[in-house]
Design a protein around this ligand. Structure first.
Ligand code: HEC
Length: 267
């Protein structure tokens, strides 16, 4: 990893100083930088940790998560990620990957999931949550998003998610749409995908969980949304809250047919 980063930094400074390379467009340069990053994604470590946690007996009930139903039947995790969020009859709720994992940690392992949901990102059980989400997402790598809109609640969540996406507020009067509703927008080196339509394979919803090189952290979708709420100067509605899940349904349905590259590696 260290070598990869050194290579990347060297290439970046070259791109800035060498006239022939400087003629590359910024987005070509960014694409090359991203390609170099793919070499050795630390997300692999989180994926391995998550796989271990899935089979490990934990919590007051001393049970593993191996019977967890992520929507394709107890214990089936392959292909589950690209169909989430979806409606679950046992809880009567539309759930995303992270909220569904909470349900399984509660029912199977007896863990205090209210506490887990309140725990800050990157702390305590939230670290395990990220590892589990990374593992489950990785099991659908390359598969195409195919969210259901058959249940009335799934349709409602899509409509609510869409409204939340366009809802302006906060000190800057920003909505998600202020940054993510036009093609070709960028803040500094970061592309801002247009999330009001299908942004394509491995973009937007189809890239998270992702390892972030800039801060050396692994982030799940909930943490991605949390940070975008921060950019919007808006309070985060809470881990696994209905509002975040509704946004997930909106983004996920818009990504219909696009391939997932999660866990990705990001700047
Ligand atoms: C002030 C601008 C701004 C606002 C408002 C904003 N975002 Fe973002 N968003 C960003 C930036 C910048 C990135 C890229 C971050 C990076 O590369 O580290 C991003 C990345 C994302 C991504 C991942 C894109 C990818 O391909 O990796 C998603 C999904 C996302 N935002 C959703 C949202 C949602 C949903 C909202 C509203 C709750 C929102 N954003 C509000 C600036 C914003």
């Amino acid at each position: 990893m260290k070598r990869t980063l050194t290579t990347v930094l060297a290439a970046l400074s070259l791109a800035c100083s060498w006239p022939s390379l400087a003629q590359k467009t910024a987005s070509q340069g960014i694409d090359e930088y991203r390609a170099m990053l793919q070499d050795g994604n630390p997300a692999d470590l989180f994926e391995a940790k998550g796989e271990g946690l899935w089979t490990q007996k934990r919590g007051p009930k001393n049970a593993s998560l191996e019977k967890c139903d992520l929507g394709k039947g107890p214990g089936v995790y392959k292909g589950a990620f690209v169909e989430l969020p979806k409606y679950f009859a046992d809880t009567g709720k539309v759930q995303d990957l992270e909220s569904r994992l909470l349900t399984c940690m509660d029912t199977l392992q007896g863990l205090n999931v209210t506490e887990i949901a309140k725990t800050g990102f990157g702390k305590g059980e939230q670290i395990n949550m990220t590892a589990l989400a990374t593992f489950i997402a990785a099991e659908s790598k390359g598969m195409k998003f195919n969210l259901s809109q058959a249940h009335p609640s799934e349709k409602t969540f899509y409509e609510v998610g869409k409204r939340l996406f366009f809802q302006r507020g906060g000190p800057h009067d920003f909505a998600c749409a202020s940054c993510h509703a036009e093609d070709g927008k960028r803040i500094r080196l970061q592309d801002l995908p247009n999330l009001t339509k299908n942004p394509g394979d491995g973009v937007g919803f189809a890239a998270w969980p992702a390892y972030r090189v800039s801060n050396g952290q692994m982030w799940g979708m909930q943490q991605r949304l949390n940070d975008c709420y921060r950019q919007q100067r808006f309070p985060y509605p809470g881990f696994a809250s209905d509002a975040t899940i509704a946004l997930g349904v909106y983004l996920g349905v818009n990504s219909q047919g696009s391939a997932s590259i999660a866990p990705a590696i990001k700047r």
